[in-house]
Design a binder for this molecule. Structure first.
Ligand SMILES: C[S@@+](CC[C@H](N)C(=O)[O-])C[C@H]1O[C@@H](n2cnc3c(N)ncnc32)[C@H](O)[C@@H]1O
Length: 231
Protein backbone atom coordinates (compact mmCIF):
# COMPACT_ATOMS: atom_id res chain seq x y z
CA UNK A 1 0.00 0.00 0.00
CA UNK A 2 1.53 3.34 -1.04
CA UNK A 3 1.41 5.83 1.81
CA UNK A 4 4.72 7.63 1.35
CA UNK A 5 4.84 10.65 -0.93
CA UNK A 6 4.81 9.25 -4.48
CA UNK A 7 7.85 10.44 -6.52
CA UNK A 8 6.32 10.56 -9.94
CA UNK A 9 3.01 10.77 -11.65
CA UNK A 10 1.78 7.36 -12.81
CA UNK A 11 -0.01 9.01 -15.74
CA UNK A 12 3.41 9.94 -17.12
CA UNK A 13 2.41 13.61 -17.20
CA UNK A 14 4.90 16.11 -15.82
CA UNK A 15 4.20 17.14 -12.21
CA UNK A 16 5.32 20.69 -12.86
CA UNK A 17 2.48 21.92 -15.00
CA UNK A 18 1.65 25.59 -15.17
CA UNK A 19 -1.98 26.52 -15.70
CA UNK A 20 -2.66 29.44 -18.00
CA UNK A 21 -4.79 32.13 -16.46
CA UNK A 22 -8.19 32.50 -18.06
CA UNK A 23 -10.70 35.33 -17.89
CA UNK A 24 -13.26 32.70 -16.82
CA UNK A 25 -11.20 31.60 -13.80
CA UNK A 26 -10.30 33.55 -10.69
CA UNK A 27 -6.64 33.63 -9.66
CA UNK A 28 -7.35 31.43 -6.64
CA UNK A 29 -9.05 28.75 -8.75
CA UNK A 30 -6.14 28.85 -11.24
CA UNK A 31 -3.71 28.31 -8.35
CA UNK A 32 -5.91 25.52 -6.93
CA UNK A 33 -5.98 23.79 -10.34
CA UNK A 34 -2.22 24.13 -10.70
CA UNK A 35 -1.70 22.63 -7.25
CA UNK A 36 -4.03 19.71 -8.02
CA UNK A 37 -2.28 18.96 -11.33
CA UNK A 38 1.13 19.01 -9.65
CA UNK A 39 0.18 17.03 -6.53
CA UNK A 40 1.54 13.45 -6.55
CA UNK A 41 -1.08 12.36 -3.98
CA UNK A 42 -3.88 13.45 -6.30
CA UNK A 43 -2.34 11.36 -9.10
CA UNK A 44 -1.76 8.38 -6.80
CA UNK A 45 -5.32 8.55 -5.42
CA UNK A 46 -6.66 8.45 -8.98
CA UNK A 47 -4.42 5.49 -9.81
CA UNK A 48 -5.47 3.49 -6.72
CA UNK A 49 -9.17 4.38 -7.02
CA UNK A 50 -9.37 6.54 -3.89
CA UNK A 51 -11.90 9.33 -4.10
CA UNK A 52 -9.72 11.87 -2.35
CA UNK A 53 -6.06 12.59 -1.63
CA UNK A 54 -7.21 12.72 2.02
CA UNK A 55 -7.27 8.89 1.91
CA UNK A 56 -3.46 8.99 2.28
CA UNK A 57 -3.71 11.01 5.49
CA UNK A 58 -5.75 8.24 7.13
CA UNK A 59 -3.46 5.55 5.69
CA UNK A 60 -0.42 7.33 7.13
CA UNK A 61 -2.03 7.85 10.54
CA UNK A 62 -3.06 4.19 10.57
CA UNK A 63 0.46 3.12 9.59
CA UNK A 64 1.80 4.97 12.62
CA UNK A 65 -0.87 4.27 15.27
CA UNK A 66 -2.76 1.10 14.14
CA UNK A 67 -6.17 2.16 15.50
CA UNK A 68 -8.19 0.30 12.80
CA UNK A 69 -8.46 -3.48 12.90
CA UNK A 70 -10.43 -6.18 11.11
CA UNK A 71 -14.08 -6.50 12.16
CA UNK A 72 -14.38 -3.08 13.84
CA UNK A 73 -17.41 -0.79 13.87
CA UNK A 74 -16.24 2.63 12.66
CA UNK A 75 -18.04 5.97 12.39
CA UNK A 76 -16.66 8.37 9.74
CA UNK A 77 -17.86 11.97 10.22
CA UNK A 78 -17.47 14.44 7.35
CA UNK A 79 -17.00 11.50 5.02
CA UNK A 80 -17.63 12.94 1.53
CA UNK A 81 -16.43 12.13 -1.08
CA UNK A 82 -15.50 8.90 0.71
CA UNK A 83 -11.72 8.48 0.73
CA UNK A 84 -11.48 7.76 4.48
CA UNK A 85 -14.50 5.42 4.34
CA UNK A 86 -12.84 3.49 1.48
CA UNK A 87 -9.64 3.10 3.52
CA UNK A 88 -11.48 2.15 6.74
CA UNK A 89 -13.76 -0.33 4.92
CA UNK A 90 -10.73 -2.03 3.37
CA UNK A 91 -8.82 -2.34 6.64
CA UNK A 92 -11.74 -3.70 8.66
CA UNK A 93 -12.76 -6.00 5.74
CA UNK A 94 -16.25 -4.51 5.67
CA UNK A 95 -16.94 -5.82 2.17
CA UNK A 96 -16.59 -9.36 3.60
CA UNK A 97 -19.15 -8.49 6.28
CA UNK A 98 -16.53 -8.44 9.05
CA UNK A 99 -17.18 -4.95 10.35
CA UNK A 100 -19.01 -1.86 9.31
CA UNK A 101 -18.43 1.81 8.53
CA UNK A 102 -21.20 4.28 9.32
CA UNK A 103 -20.44 7.40 7.27
CA UNK A 104 -22.07 10.81 7.56
CA UNK A 105 -21.79 14.05 5.59
CA UNK A 106 -24.25 16.74 4.64
CA UNK A 107 -23.02 16.29 1.07
CA UNK A 108 -24.19 13.39 -1.05
CA UNK A 109 -21.61 10.86 -2.24
CA UNK A 110 -21.78 7.53 -4.07
CA UNK A 111 -22.09 4.16 -2.29
CA UNK A 112 -19.07 2.17 -1.06
CA UNK A 113 -19.27 -1.58 -0.33
CA UNK A 114 -19.61 -2.20 3.40
CA UNK A 115 -20.31 1.47 4.21
CA UNK A 116 -23.69 2.79 5.42
CA UNK A 117 -23.96 6.39 4.26
CA UNK A 118 -26.16 9.07 5.85
CA UNK A 119 -26.57 12.51 4.32
CA UNK A 120 -27.14 14.72 7.37
CA UNK A 121 -25.63 17.64 9.24
CA UNK A 122 -23.74 16.06 12.12
CA UNK A 123 -24.51 19.10 14.31
CA UNK A 124 -28.28 18.50 14.04
CA UNK A 125 -30.37 16.59 16.59
CA UNK A 126 -31.66 14.33 13.79
CA UNK A 127 -28.13 13.25 12.90
CA UNK A 128 -27.45 12.12 16.47
CA UNK A 129 -30.72 10.19 16.48
CA UNK A 130 -29.72 8.49 13.21
CA UNK A 131 -26.23 7.63 14.42
CA UNK A 132 -27.38 6.33 17.79
CA UNK A 133 -30.02 4.10 16.25
CA UNK A 134 -27.53 2.75 13.65
CA UNK A 135 -24.95 2.05 16.32
CA UNK A 136 -27.32 0.40 18.77
CA UNK A 137 -26.16 -0.88 22.13
CA UNK A 138 -22.97 -2.52 20.93
CA UNK A 139 -21.06 0.75 20.58
CA UNK A 140 -18.27 1.74 18.27
CA UNK A 141 -14.56 0.87 18.11
CA UNK A 142 -13.37 3.98 16.34
CA UNK A 143 -14.78 7.45 15.61
CA UNK A 144 -13.09 9.29 12.74
CA UNK A 145 -13.75 12.94 11.98
CA UNK A 146 -12.24 14.73 8.99
CA UNK A 147 -15.03 17.33 9.18
CA UNK A 148 -14.17 20.82 8.00
CA UNK A 149 -16.60 23.65 7.46
CA UNK A 150 -16.11 25.71 4.29
CA UNK A 151 -13.46 28.32 5.05
CA UNK A 152 -14.45 31.96 5.38
CA UNK A 153 -10.93 33.32 4.87
CA UNK A 154 -11.11 34.83 8.37
CA UNK A 155 -8.63 32.63 10.27
CA UNK A 156 -10.03 33.05 13.83
CA UNK A 157 -13.59 32.30 12.60
CA UNK A 158 -12.41 29.21 10.68
CA UNK A 159 -10.53 28.04 13.76
CA UNK A 160 -13.53 28.45 16.07
CA UNK A 161 -15.80 26.62 13.62
CA UNK A 162 -13.49 23.62 13.34
CA UNK A 163 -12.93 23.52 17.11
CA UNK A 164 -16.72 23.43 17.53
CA UNK A 165 -16.89 20.45 15.13
CA UNK A 166 -14.05 18.72 17.04
CA UNK A 167 -15.66 19.28 20.44
CA UNK A 168 -18.97 17.89 19.19
CA UNK A 169 -17.21 14.91 17.58
CA UNK A 170 -15.32 14.30 20.84
CA UNK A 171 -18.52 14.40 22.95
CA UNK A 172 -20.20 12.06 20.49
CA UNK A 173 -17.19 9.70 20.55
CA UNK A 174 -17.30 9.60 24.37
CA UNK A 175 -20.99 8.68 24.23
CA UNK A 176 -20.63 5.78 21.75
CA UNK A 177 -17.12 4.34 22.08
CA UNK A 178 -16.51 0.96 23.65
CA UNK A 179 -13.81 0.80 26.31
CA UNK A 180 -10.39 0.91 24.59
CA UNK A 181 -11.85 2.54 21.48
CA UNK A 182 -10.16 5.26 19.40
CA UNK A 183 -10.93 8.78 18.23
CA UNK A 184 -9.18 10.47 15.30
CA UNK A 185 -10.11 14.06 14.49
CA UNK A 186 -8.94 16.85 12.21
CA UNK A 187 -8.10 20.10 14.06
CA UNK A 188 -6.61 23.40 12.93
CA UNK A 189 -3.64 24.91 14.71
CA UNK A 190 -4.56 28.35 15.96
CA UNK A 191 -4.72 28.51 19.74
CA UNK A 192 -7.24 26.18 21.35
CA UNK A 193 -6.11 22.82 19.95
CA UNK A 194 -3.81 22.22 22.93
CA UNK A 195 -6.71 22.65 25.38
CA UNK A 196 -8.72 20.11 23.41
CA UNK A 197 -5.80 17.67 23.51
CA UNK A 198 -5.61 18.09 27.31
CA UNK A 199 -9.35 17.41 27.65
CA UNK A 200 -9.13 14.37 25.38
CA UNK A 201 -6.18 12.99 27.38
CA UNK A 202 -8.43 12.76 30.46
CA UNK A 203 -10.68 10.22 28.71
CA UNK A 204 -8.10 8.22 26.72
CA UNK A 205 -4.98 6.33 27.76
CA UNK A 206 -2.97 8.03 24.98
CA UNK A 207 -3.57 11.09 22.83
CA UNK A 208 -1.29 12.84 20.33
CA UNK A 209 -1.19 15.54 17.70
CA UNK A 210 0.02 14.23 14.34
CA UNK A 211 0.75 15.77 10.96
CA UNK A 212 0.74 13.03 8.28
CA UNK A 213 3.05 13.62 5.29
CA UNK A 214 0.04 13.92 2.96
CA UNK A 215 -1.24 16.93 4.92
CA UNK A 216 0.03 20.00 3.11
CA UNK A 217 2.88 21.73 4.96
CA UNK A 218 1.36 25.17 4.41
CA UNK A 219 -1.94 24.06 5.98
CA UNK A 220 -2.77 24.63 9.66
CA UNK A 221 -4.42 21.21 9.68
CA UNK A 222 -3.20 18.58 12.15
CA UNK A 223 -4.86 15.45 13.53
CA UNK A 224 -5.67 14.45 17.05
CA UNK A 225 -5.25 10.70 17.57
CA UNK A 226 -6.60 9.28 20.84
CA UNK A 227 -6.49 5.61 21.78
CA UNK A 228 -7.52 3.51 24.74
CA UNK A 229 -10.89 5.06 25.64
CA UNK A 230 -11.31 4.76 29.40
CA UNK A 231 -15.11 4.50 29.25
C1 LIG B 1 -12.03 17.38 4.09
S1 LIG B 1 -13.63 16.83 3.69
C2 LIG B 1 -13.58 15.13 4.14
C3 LIG B 1 -12.82 14.27 3.16
C4 LIG B 1 -12.99 12.80 3.44
N1 LIG B 1 -12.37 12.42 4.71
C5 LIG B 1 -12.41 11.95 2.36
O1 LIG B 1 -11.39 11.30 2.59
O2 LIG B 1 -13.00 11.90 1.28
C6 LIG B 1 -14.58 17.52 4.97
C7 LIG B 1 -16.04 17.16 4.93
O3 LIG B 1 -16.67 17.55 6.14
C8 LIG B 1 -18.03 17.78 5.83
N2 LIG B 1 -18.67 18.47 6.93
C9 LIG B 1 -18.35 19.66 7.48
N3 LIG B 1 -19.22 20.00 8.46
C10 LIG B 1 -20.10 18.98 8.54
C11 LIG B 1 -21.25 18.74 9.35
N4 LIG B 1 -21.64 19.63 10.27
N5 LIG B 1 -21.94 17.60 9.16
C12 LIG B 1 -21.57 16.71 8.23
N6 LIG B 1 -20.49 16.88 7.42
C13 LIG B 1 -19.76 18.01 7.57
C14 LIG B 1 -17.95 18.57 4.52
O4 LIG B 1 -19.17 18.52 3.83
C15 LIG B 1 -16.81 17.84 3.80
O5 LIG B 1 -17.32 16.88 2.90
Amino acid sequence: MVTKKPNNNPSGRSLHEKVKTSYKRTLSSTLWLERQLNDPYVAEARKLGYRSRAAFKLLQLQEKYHFLKEGMVVVDLGAAPGGWSQVAAKIIHAEKGKGTVIAMDYLEFPAIAGVRIFQQDFLSEEALTTLNSEIGEHGVDCVLSDMAAPTTGHTPTDHIRIVNLCENAFQFACSVLRPNGSFVCKVLQGGTETNLLKTVKQRFAKAYHAKPAASRKDSAEIYLVAMGFKG
